[in-house]
Design a protein around this ligand. Structure first.
Ligand code: NAP
Length: 256
């Protein structure tokens, strides 16, 4: 075991989470990654050629026992926990509220809101002792009512407020929420594919032109901000909902 920072990143098999895990590993951190799909996690692990700095885990953050287990596995392997990045997220159901399937709505809240609660709850005793950090990946959807995304918008508003509650209750832990921008990942592919059924023509055109004009962010951009916040966010930022380009966030991380 080393004293290099230990960071647990959920939803790290692809997209923003994978980019954040890559950044943290490249800068000398010990990183546990979690996603539901074994193949995605195995592909990431293969990329890093069996480094001892990586702990690949499978689990569904919608399930409380899985959340307890991944925190226990991380601390069991590395001996401590310095930061939790609650990044795992799903968009669907993409449906108008009147037509949305209640069980799909419920699962969305379980992944996007209850998961961060379960993980924070399991991580708090460890993060108190390291005076660590929780970074919750939120969204502009937390403050905008986007037609067809009701569960996602409500869950992201919830996780943003959960951030404020954690800041109020846990003074030894710095907790922030990040709005990562509009990022070129599988989630944006799904928005372009499924959104037009339920979004206004204006919103459909907005998302389509961001892709066509090459204006979607590379996942490495918000990932660098997540990595910096996980390692260095000052306590003065605790409870804040930050845009990825907020000048208070740096992007250079070095734990070596
Ligand atoms: N892309 C954007 O423009 C954008 C904008 C604002 C906010 N965000 C937020 O950024 C975060 C990352 O999104 P992304 O765009 O990188 O999405 P993505 O490419 O779809 O990746 C999502 C990741 O989360 C994992 N995941 C999903 N549900 C999970 C669950 N129940 N338990 C464990 N892992 C789970 C996925 O792996 P498995 O499927 O194998 O589980 C995958 O690794 C999300 O919280 C999203 O809401 C994204």
């Amino acid at each position: 075991m080393t004293d290099r920072p230990v960071v647990l990143v959920t939803g790290a098999s692809r997209g923003i989470g994978a980019a954040a895990a890559r950044r943290l590993l490249a800068r000398g951190c010990q990183v546990a990654i979690v996603a539901r799909t074994r193949e995605g996690i195995a592909a990431f692990a293969a990329e890093t050629a069996g480094t001892e700095m990586l702990l690949p885990l499978t689990g569904d953050v919608a399930r409380e026992p899985d959340c307890r287990q991944v925190v226990a596995d991380t601390v069991g392997r590395f001996g401590r926990l310095d930061a939790l990045i609650n990044n795992a997220g799903i968009l669907g159901p993409v449906a108008r509220l009147a037509d949305a399937d209640p069980s799909a709505w419920q699962y969305n809240l379980a992944v996007n809101l209850l998961g961060p609660f379960y993980l924070a709850r399991a991580a708090i005793p460890h993060l108190r002792s390291t005076r660590g950090r929780i970074v919750n990946v939120s969204s502009g959807a937390a403050v905008k009512a986007i037609e067809g995304w009701s569960a996602y918008c409500v869950a992201k508003a919830g996780v943003t407020h959960l951030t404020r509650l954690l800041a109020a209750e846990e003074p030894d832990i710095t907790t922030v929420a990040l709005r990562p921008g509009v990022v070129d990942t599988a989630m944006q592919t799904m928005i372009r594919a499924e959104g037009p059924r339920v979004m206004t023509p204006e919103r459909t055109a907005y998302f389509a032109q961001l892709k066509e004009a090459g204006k979607l962010l590379d996942p490495a951009i918000p990932a660098a901000k997540l990595a910096w916040l996980a390692l260095y966010a000052p306590s003065a930022l605790s409870g804040q909902f930050l845009d990825y380009d907020d000048p208070r966030i740096g992007d250079e991380v070095d734990a070596s």
